[in-house]
Design a protein around this ligand. Structure first.
Ligand SMILES: Nc1nc2c(ncn2[C@@H]2O[C@H](COP(=O)(O)OP(=O)(O)O)[C@@H](O)[C@H]2O)c(=O)[nH]1
Ligand SMILES: [Mg+2]
Length: 417
């Protein structure tokens, strides 16, 4: 699996600051030489996971240069071809990739166990119920399908998603391709996996070539926006990026205070004004600061817009406009936070928000507290917007990059029975 974000840069001065442990003097010297030797100002090298270390770095860079268009930074996420180029990148980008090093196998296994445990409510409502249903069944009959339908809908897969899964399975049974109830479980699992993998857009965040990466976080009240911002900040900080938080939820004083607490926990600055201030003005000041002080990441917390209230939606549009005027391409990410416990309502919220400000990514929170985790499949199928993160608890490290395979495997894993 790729890292959870990509960062591109064009010149050494614009490279993200390396953490104290990784900024070896040899590397700094090497970077100078490399930049002097072969990097024209406008060439772009993307930082990502580097699969192998090239023998001749300058040749490698020249190759990368030649295969990249000599244009200004793309605003859109990289296409597959660019990603292939990234696969053979230089030592500089490799150094940055190290900061997003994937966990070791042991860490991965314990993270998997934790995810599987946190999904226990959904496991009970979906997987264990399916197991019980199939227990002792010798054949697939109409009753089995009826009960299965009830289970899938209860787990919040949504009627359309449930029907599609079952119709496919029914056809297979009719064609005599499927007769063993246990095989039906495998078919279900794979169908769920295919829905979750349906999004054809990159799941990782793509940071711009230069200037701050601006993330605007939206969603109705109480879904977990501020908490998710705190958790994302933690991830960015761990990856060596500087983060500026922006309290554009000025509707309630408590909201600003809450963001400040997350700011303190992460030791990052929070830009705020008094209660009732114009959110766009707060954003304006913050953008100014972020550009002047060269921040890597800016995360903007917004108020819990009731999506039915036109004036509040207009305010979101205004915030977005203000960002774009100050920094071309901003916001680079409009992250909609959805609360998994609200089930199908989340899907309609997303559609409405999307009409106002185009959503580029989703964070699905509170998967630890719900039996309705089937919503993940429905959200992916209906919205085709990548789920970037899932929230599986209230702690700072309870935010996971969304990996469809890991999610399905954790859901169906038996270890935590
Ligand atoms: N169990 C659980 N609680 C969460 C998660 N994310 C947020 N919360 C809780 O949800 C509540 C509302 O979160 P908050 O960030 O204030 O929502 P906001 O109004 O959208 O900013 C808080 O009590 C959070 O601790 C999660 O992934 N799991
Ligand atoms: Mg909030």
């Amino acid at each position: 699996m790729l890292g959870w974000f990509k960062k591109k840069f064009s010149k050494k001065e614009e490279a993200p600051p390396l953490s104290a442990e990784t900024e070896a003097p040899e590397l700094a010297a090497e970077q100078d030489t490399l930049v002097a030797q072969s990097l024209p100002e406008e060439s772009v090298i993307a930082a990502d996971q580097a699969p192998s270390e090239p023998d001749d770095i300058s040749d490698e860079i020249t190759e990368v240069q030649e295969s990249l268009p000599p244009v200004s930074p793309p605003e859109q996420p990289l296409e597959t071809d660019d990603a292939a180029v990234i696969g053979s990148e230089s030592k500089i980008s490799e150094e940055i990739a190290q900061e997003t090093t994937p966990p070791s196998p042991a860490e991965k296994s314990s993270m998997f166990q934790r995810l599987s445990k946190r999904l226990s409510k959904t496991k009970e409502s979906l997987v264990y119920r399916i197991d019980t249903l199939f227990l002792g069944k010798k054949e697939i009959d109409t009753d089995l399908f009826d009960e299965l339908e009830e289970i899938l809908i209860t787990a919040d897969l949504g009627i359309a998603t449930t029907m599609e899964i079952l119709d496919d399975a029914r056809k297979q049974v009719k064609r005599k391709e499927l007769s063993d109830p246990l095989l039906l479980k495998v078919v279900l699992k794979e169908k769920l996996r295919s829905f979750i993998m349906e999004s054809d857009k990159p799941a990782e965040l793509v940071m711009p070539e230069s200037g701050p990466f601006v993330i605007m976080v939206i969603g109705v009240n109480g879904v977990g926006k501020t908490t998710t911002i705190g958790k994302i900040t933690y991830k960015f900080k761990k990856s060596g990026q500087s983060v500026l938080l922006v309290a554009a939820d000025t509707f309630r004083a408590a909201a600003v205070a809450q963001l400040k607490i997350w700011g303190e926990r992460n030791e990052v600055e929070v830009v705020s004004q008094g209660e009732g201030a114009d959110p766009s003005a707060v954003v304006f000041d913050a953008m100014d600061k972020a550009i002047t002080d060269n921040y890597d990441v800016v995360i903007v917390d917004t108020a819990g817009r009731l999506h039915t209230q036109v004036n509040l939606m207009e305010e979101l549009k205004k915030i977005k406009r203000v960002m774009g005027k100050q920094l071309q391409g901003a916001p680079h990410e409009v992250l909609l936070v959805l609360d998994a416990t609200t089930g199908q309502n989340g899907v309609s919220q997303a559609k409405l928000f999307n009409e106002t400000v185009t959503i580029t990514g989703l964070a699905l929170t509170k998967l630890d507290g719900t039996a309705k985790g089937g919503i993940v499949a429905n959200v992916c199928r209906e919205l085709k917007t990548p789920i970037r993160f899932i929230g599986i608890g209230e702690q700072i490290d309870d935010l996971r990059d969304f990996d469809p395979d890991e999610f399905i495997n954790a859901l169906f894993a038996e270890e935590t029975h």
